[in-house]
Design a protein around this ligand. Structure first.
Ligand SMILES: [Zn+2]
Ligand SMILES: [Zn+2]
Length: 272
């Protein structure tokens, strides 16, 4: 892989509740590790009751990326302004407000928890009453509604629940019952000219897989999908760029010739 082909388009700064570093430090790291494209995609959780906090976070993150983009300090590095918009369907008015407030380059639409459920990271997996099949059904049903709503550029981490269910808690789960829903999600994205991401954070976590992993990437391709972005989902500079080269190899293995990034909400393709 040529150094100039490396892109990381899913990263978080201190403007995300779980991020630590300043965007300026992240830009320097992006340049140091030889990225050609870096997108800052801080969280906006549309369902969070503290709207003012996310208004401020989104404003500060966008401004920081905009300043870095125009400062001229990082020649050879394309800096882009993105957002990871979570749970858009749980407050579409707020999600629209944020998307209308800033001219983003890139919108990752993610689902961390379905309505009236805890995030998969904090569910009580020791509770015998925890109905994982029902949670997964609700999760993929809401995800389908979210992609039909069509305010995103790529769908974030399609297999996010597995990070916690199988990765962190070692519970094996049969994903077959959600196959039709996931097919419908992928078909809807393809019809709308939208994409999916390969989120490489699972490679450095207990899951040991990208999200999604190979069978889903193969299925997306089989259905005619072509737009795939790759991001580390780094929450600190040390994780930036991690797993990106592995993800490109996986894409090639699955028969893809290109990886994408978004600028001004339009996909651009880089030959693998
Ligand atoms: Zn996420
Ligand atoms: Zn993220």
């Amino acid at each position: 892989m040529e150094k100039q082909l490396r892109m990381d388009v899913h990263t978080h700064s201190r403007f995300s509740p779980d991020g630590v570093d300043d965007p300026s430090k992240m830009a320097r790291q992006a340049a140091n590790i030889g990225l050609s494209v870096w997108t800052l995609t801080d969280h906006c959780e549309a369902n969070d009751p503290d709207k003012d906090s996310y208004r401020a976070r989104c404003r500060d993150s966008f401004r920081a990326a905009e300043e870095l983009q125009s400062c001229g300090e990082f020649s050879g590095l394309t800096i882009l302004k993105g957002i990871e918009l979570g749970q858009a369907m749980q407050d579409t008015a707020f999600a629209d407000e944020i998307l209308n407030a800033h001219a983003y380059d890139f919108v990752i639409g993610s689902l961390h928890n379905s309505a009236n459920r805890d995030d998969f990271w904090c569910a009580d997996y020791s509770d015998p009453a925890l109905d994982l099949p029902q949670m997964l059904l609700e999760y993929y049903t809401e995800m389908l509604a979210m992609v039909r709503h069509n305010r995103l550029d790529v769908l974030g981490h399609l297999t996010y629940p597995l990070r916690y269910i199988t990765g962190e808690h070692g519970i094996s789960v049969d994903m077959a019952p959600y196959g039709d829903l996931i097919d419908e999600i992928l078909k809807t994205l393809i019809q709308n000219g939208k994409g999916i991401e390969i989120n490489t954070s699972g490679l450095r976590q207990k899951l040991g897989l990208t999200m999604p992993h190979k069978p889903y990437l193969m299925r997306y391709r089989e259905l005619g999908g072509e737009i795939i972005t790759v991001g580390s989902d780094a929450h600190c500079t040390g994780d930036m760029g991690k797993g990106v080269i592995e993800a490109y190899a996986l894409l090639k293995e699955c028969g893809f010739s290109y990886a994408a990034y978004f600028a001004a909400r339009k996909p651009h393709f880089i030959t693998l």
